[in-house]
Design a protein around this ligand. Structure first.
Ligand SMILES: *Cc1c(COP(=O)(O)O)cnc(C)c1O
Length: 471
């Protein structure tokens, strides 16, 4: 069945050649799909491999929102390229299990090599810094919370929350990522221990409100242990005031975690890194390579300058794992959350090797410029840009007041582009467009503009025709 591997190469070539035609919309229902699958694949009756291959690719083609189409202006899901697909295929083929150094020295060291490219962008002490790949931003943020707990409460690793003399609490902003709600649940402190600090008019965490909340919690006998700053919010790409948050953390002895899942890619660009200034004070940082760095899903990165806290959190001894002592660092399974895990870092290593750091940075710059182009076009056509960010995500409304929900339905109904809508700070409904495609061009943004104009006209007419909708 090895010939199927050649089919994949052909599928990839076909797909990249027609990427602007890939569907951005599907109306299929779960019941329809389940019925189709039942009809097509009967596990009691084995089927020809080529036929399975054809059915599977046809289904994926038809019933997916394709982020490989550069007119997908979406939720941080990137366009991938042939190089990373090849790297993923090698990962699948060699299947090195990145748990134990001795099993997979090449894979473990390649991951370290690529992660050093990120660590070297931070002025951290070489002896206390550490980094590893994770399944994504959620695992990286979870890792940060565990390390922060171990750091604040040395007994936590052995005795858990029972060892503490009160309720631990941590701080995020109202615009932070909702993974922290789940994480609070996972780590046993509960969702009510997440303090959502208000944001200012630009949707950045208010450092003064943060400090006030920490003081109040302290007086009430709570145990603050971590502050999470977001560098590039999911909604609006906004960067919290890093220096101010770092100063508050220092004053109260709290772990400073920066969630830079999307915009953290900017670390590798000389031109964009200044927008993250202050991130170097973080004790730990989340970056998702599967967002702005254009890698396939399941590629998170966790960086920290507190190697002891990280090792404490994941320390374990086993009689059945043969370690030679050739590596003077603990194997990944003893220093990270996962145990058996896939070789996540190869695609990023190969991308950096082929394009160079500067080449990858230039890809970010082009997308940043396209974001600026979109902002300019929107403003010139009577749309109001609501968010203030140097990064290529734009939140906007129509100056003439057509409702966001109606515009959104109209744009998405066409299937020619994909955008999202959201609510900023729980009060402001906006349309949201993010440049996620590394191969997106001005003509794709022009297409988006044309769709927005068409939608606005249509909504205006429908509002005029049905005045009861206006209220
Ligand atoms: C996407 C995102 C996350 C979650 O990352 P996953 O890789 O989806 O788990 C966390 N924080 C921010 C700011 C994000 O944008």
């Amino acid at each position: 069945m090895e010939h199927l591997i050649e089919n994949v190469a052909q599928t990839a070539r076909d797909m990249f050649a027609r990427e602007r035609l890939l569907p951005l919309k599907t109306d299929v229902t779960p019941a329809e799909l389940a019925a189709h699958l039942k009809r097509t694949f009967n596990f009691e009756k084995p089927m020809d491999a080529d036929q399975v291959y054809r059915e599977v690719t046809a289904l994926l083609d038809r019933e997916s929102v394709h982020s490989n189409n550069p007119r997908y202006f979406g939720l941080f899901v990137p366009q991938v390229d042939g190089l990373t697909v090849a790297a993923e295929a090698l990962t699948a083929l060699y299947n090195p299990v990145v748990a134990l150094w001795e099993f997979a020295p090449a894979a473990v060291e390649m991951e370290k090599h690529v992660l050093n490219c990120f660590l070297d962008r931070l002025p951290w002490d070489k002896h206390s810094r550490t980094a590893h790949f994770t399944t994504g931003g959620t695992e990286s943020n979870h890792t940060a919370a565990l390390c922060a707990l171990s750091h604040a409460f040395p007994e936590y690793g052995a005795r858990g929350l029972r060892a503490l003399e009160g309720d631990p609490v941590f701080y995020v902003s109202k615009e932070s990522h909702h993974s922290f709600q789940k994480i609070a649940n996972h780590i046993g402190i509960g969702r009510t221990s997440v303090r959502e600090v208000p944001v200012d008019a630009d949707f950045r965490m208010q450092a003064s409100a943060l400090e006030q909340r920490i003081v109040e919690d302290g007086r009430a006998g709570k145990l603050p242990f971590m502050v999470v700053g977001t560098a590039g919010t999911t909604n609006a790409g906004v960067v919290d005031p890093m220096h101010e948050l770092a100063a508050v953390c220092k004053r109260y002895g709290l772990w400073f975690h920066v969630d830079a899942a999307w915009a953290g890619a900017a670390l590798i660009s000389d031109r964009l890194q200044p927008h993250l200034a202050g991130i170097e004070y973080a004790d730990s940082i989340t970056v998702d390579a599967h967002k702005w760095l254009s890698m396939q899903a399941g590629s998170g990165i966790f960086l920290s300058r507190q190697v002891e806290a990280v090792r404490c959190s994941f320390r374990v001894e086993t009689p059945y794992v043969p370690e030679s002592g050739r590596s003077n660092e603990p194997s990944p399974y003893r220093a990270t959350l996962q145990w058996t895990r896939r070789f996540i870092g190869l695609k990023l290593m190969m991308t950096l090797a082929v394009l160079g750091r500067e080449g990858v940075a230039q890809r970010l710059h082009r997308q940043t410029e396209l974001g600026a182009y979109l902002r300019k076009r929107l403003r010139s056509r009577g749309w109001r840009v609501v968010n203030d960010t140097p990064f290529p995500v734009v939140c906007f409304q129509s100056e003439s007041g057509e409702p966001v929900a109606a515009l959104y339905e109209e744009v998405m109904g066409s299937g020619r582009v994909w955008i999202s809508k959201t609510i900023l700070d729980g009060r402001e409904a906006v349309l949201r467009a993010c440049i996620t495609g590394a191969r997106a061009e001005e003509s794709d943004v022009d297409m988006l503009m044309a769709e927005l104009e068409r939608a606005r006209k249509k909504v205006r007419i429908s509002l005029g025709a049905e005045p009861e909708l206006v209220s």
